[in-house]
Design a protein around this ligand. Sequence first.
Ligand code: FAD
Length: 292
Amino acid sequence: MSLPGNQRTNHPSISFEFFPPKTEKGFTVLKKRIIEDFVPLKPSYVSITYGAGGSTLELTRETTLAIKKEAGLPVVSHLTCVGASRDDIALVVDEYMDAGITNILALRGDPPKERAEVPGDFAYAAELVRFVKKRAPGMNIGVAGFPEGHPATPNRLIEMDHLKAKVDAGADYICTQLFFDNRDFFDFTERCRIAGINVPVIAGIMPVVSRSNLQRMAELSPGTRFPAGLLKSVARTRSDEQVERVGIHWATQQVMELLASDVAGIHLYTLNQSRAVLDIYRALGIEDSRQL
Ligand code: FAD
């Protein structure tokens, strides 16, 4: 089993997540930022998100290819299946394999808000994993995990069965949704082991960088638990700059504790910005990921 981009054993993978910019200018800015700020940090890999319902297929593919080629970094391309036919997915997978993109994060995605049911050949991510693994056995596949639970499955026992189904279908590792209390992650990884899920679990960390960013996190990932300690610290601040300092400090503490606990990997949600990530590396006292 190979973690994407991380060939060394006994070292955690470190990865950064970006979303594909919608404009040419945004694309140029992101590429420059990746090359100047992120490449020197020597991440194990970077990942590129996929817009809801496959709305950014072209952009995700172009961004993935450009970063792979121009920044020389291993790239994981997110792929969602909600509303997609088998033919749609086969086309993307074949193209990716032809272009040397051999890492995907296989997701169900969310149906558009106005339509709970959308036509498509895949009901859940496990079906996508099974389909891709059969079509492209060389594809390395990650799947999503939810330390605080996924809102659609309040039954905390059944949710682990659903997660296990993705691993049994061929997933190589799990990358988690963001969380702010490491106890949720530690408990989640233990519950994985109890459920017989033995693939690496990568911890998803997102530093809070502003008040509006905090609100957006609450909207985009409902159910996220914001610890009182974090909210109290944010409430004391008078500007977004101060909120960012709190957020970076909190995230750094999380990362330090996770590293001390031999986490398999850390995945930093960047929102396409580099300042918070650079500050976290500085606070960890490291120049690049090889020191971990
Ligand atoms: P699934 O594993 O299919 O699970 C979805 C829900 O269905 C869960 O509640 C699960 O318990 C339940 N379920 C699963 N199997 C069954 C079954 N057989 N019967 C009944 N219920 C079942 N979204 C995007 O659109 N683009 C992205 O790029 C993107 N990147 C993400 C990256 C990460 C690291 C994470 C954690 C999430 C990301 N998402 C992304 C969001 C994700 O698509 C949504 O959270 C989605 O609601 C769940 O996706 P999933 O792959 O976990 O789905």
